[in-house]
Design a protein around this ligand. Structure first.
Ligand SMILES: NC(=O)C1=CN([C@@H]2O[C@H](COP(=O)(O)OP(=O)(O)OC[C@H]3O[C@@H](n4cnc5c(N)ncnc54)[C@H](OP(=O)(O)O)[C@@H]3O)[C@@H](O)[C@H]2O)[C@@H](O)CC1
Ligand SMILES: [K+]
Length: 515
């Protein structure tokens, strides 16, 4: 799913008005009506007090349309105008008048703290205060209103975006933003729903289709894309009946050191379960028995050294090499990595200590094959690209790094983001159960196994992250967040593949933060 920028949304808005020969007021009517339908379907006329807080721009206008429909339907509505500016938008004013024409209970003005109404926990709040037009910090009394709303603990439905959240920057502090239980967003979810510092302001979200111009929706290219089931399906390469294991490549997983052999086992199992034809693990000698007995499907080659890798030698042509899991940073291992990089020609996936070695020896980066996949967690990323002061800076720096070194960068997190050639692919699957030992090793294995069978590195990264998260989403139903372990993610990979063709996208693809 495309994540449109604020500028693109305003442009789509304008194009829709021109091409469909409708007025901006008509488009607002569509938006407000969609929100009304959403609420009406769920509340079925219940007389729970609904407090609708409207700003004075078009987000407030949407709130006014909603208020009119709810009042006409007999709901128990209280409407407020959060009067943060005198610059009312045309469509806000039109819809303000329309509300006044159908009820004697005119909207109440809120100018300061004394005007804040009492809201009980079992009431409903609609937040139509600011939309994507917010472009500076909110006034102090507006911030106090946001705190007041939050303190009520009432279900809070934000229209388009939680008020106070800008589409392209991080709020000064948490009190500057409404905490939404649910956000109904127009045209596309907003990028900020997926970033660590801003995603927490909406517990759930959904996109409402307001019929924007279809040509605009199809032809507009976006820098950010959300990867759910419908984006994953076209990446999938089907298998034909006469295929054999020789077609799916040979993954070589190089890693491990004394005490860290399980990581290589997990990655090897991940690669084979993702569909690699053959998997060979290259490990220090001490892991030979461990790996052979814990994962008989893998072949094993050992280093001359017992405890860590000193010299990588093998006598076959792998389709892809993964390096770094549990490998440590011994100087001999570093040297072995360098020699490998100097001679290697096949695609690579680099993780864990492999990334730490790259950070400590940045000139190694020049030796990487183009489109090498790097899979850092936040600390490893920081070592690679330096520190950042906020999420947007992090993304910018990650993009520069990926461009400079021509690498596919997989930024692991609650919503893992893959960066390549100035595009960002935000993964929609996965859950807090993945915060568990070895889950990154499994991911590296899956991506390696996908490259092995012919996926290009970018597709393998994007699809691999999707499958990894999806597998965890299915497994968590059986294990719960706390008990999910990395091995389960491997065991449920088959289910994740099969789910691609099973049923329409379900709510599990929606952003959830209900750990
Ligand atoms: N495109 C679509 O798909 C559709 C969009 N629709 C809806 O329109 C919404 C966008 O509306 P909007 O542009 O009028 O902006 P909104 O967020 O209501 O803010 C109002 C004004 O406040 C001002 N302002 C900014 N920061 C401020 C601050 N800190 N303190 C005080 N004032 C501040 C700023 O004006 P300024 O003062 O900068 O001139 C701004 O213009 C969008 O989110 C969606 O809900 C639908 O109706 C139809 C289809
Ligand atoms: K809002």
């Amino acid at each position: 799913m495309k994540l449109f920028s604020k500028e693109q949304i305003y442009e789509g808005d304008q194009l829709t008005i021109e091409r469909q020969k409708i007025s901006s007021t008509d488009l607002m009517e569509r938006a407000g009506t969609q929100i009304f339908n959403w609420i009406n379907l769920r509340m079925q006329g219940a007389q729970v007090p609904i407090h609708i807080f409207c700003g004075i721009g078009n987000n407030g206008g949407d709130g006014m349309v909603l208020a009119r429909h709810l009042i006409l339907e007999g709901y128990n509505v209280k409407t407020y105008i959060v009067n943060y500016s005198d610059k009312r938008s045309k469509d806000f004013l039109i819809n303000y008048d329309r509300v006044k024409n159908i009820t004697k209970k005119w909207p109440e003005f809120v100018h300061n703290q004394d005007d804040f109404p009492e809201i009980k926990q079992d009431h409903v709040i609609v937040d139509a205060i600011f939309g994507i037009g917010l472009n500076r910090p909110v006034a102090d009394w507006v911030k106090k209103l946001f705190i007041h709303l939050r303190k009520s603990k009432a279900f809070t439905l934000s229209i388009d975006i939680p008020s106070g959240l800008q589409t392209d920057s991080i709020p000064l502090d948490d009190d500057c933003v409404v905490l939404a239980s649910y956000t109904l967003s127009f045209a596309s979810p907003k990028l900020v729903f997926f970033l660590p510092k801003t995603g927490k302001f909406t517990i759930n979200w959904e996109v409402l289709d307001i019929g924007l111009d279809s040509e605009f929706l199809t032809n507009t290219n976006t820098t950010f894309n959300l990867i759910g089931k419908y984006e994953a399906i076209p990446i999938y390469i089907p298998r034909d009946k006469f295929s054999h294991k020789g077609q799916f490549g040979h993954s070589l997983i190089i890693g491990g050191s004394y005490g860290k052999m399980g990581a290589v086992t997990l990655a090897s199992r991940g690669a084979l379960s993702a569909g690699a034809g053959l998997v060979t693990a290259f490990i220090p000698k001490c892991g030979y028995q461990v790996l052979q007995s814990s994962f008989p499907e893998a072949m094993v080659i050992t280093d001359a050294n017992d405890d860590y890798i000193t010299n990588v030698e093998f006598n076959f042509s792998p389709s892809v090499i993964a390096f770094g899991i549990g490998v440590g940073v011994n100087m001999k291992t570093v040297e072995a990595f360098k020699v490998l990089l100097e001679t290697n020609k096949v695609p690579m996936v680099i993780d864990a200590d492999g990334l730490n070695i790259l950070s400590n020896h940045p000139h190694f980066l020049e030796l990487l094959p183009e489109e090498t996949v790097l899979t850092p967690h936040p600390k490893e990323l920081e070592r690679l690209i330096g520190t950042w002061s906020h999420d947007f800076e992090k993304l910018e720096k990650a993009k520069e790094f990926s461009n400079k070194h021509k690498v596919v960068l997989v930024i692991k997190g609650a919503n893992t983001i893959t960066v390549f050639e100035n595009k960002f692919y935000i993964n929609a699957t996965g859950n807090p159960g993945l915060s568990t030992a070895g889950s990154g090793d499994v991911l590296t294995g899956i991506i390696t196994g996908l490259i092995s069978q012919g996926y290009n590195p970018l597709s393998a990264a994007v699809f691999g992250v999707y499958l990894h998260g999806k597998s965890a989403d299915i497994a968590v139903e059986d294990y719960g967040y706390q008990s999910l372990i990395a091995s389960h993610v491997i065991e449920y990979l088959g289910a994740a593949y099969m789910d691609l063709f099973k049923q329409p996208e379900t709510s599990s693809e929606k952003h959830k933060d209900d750990a």
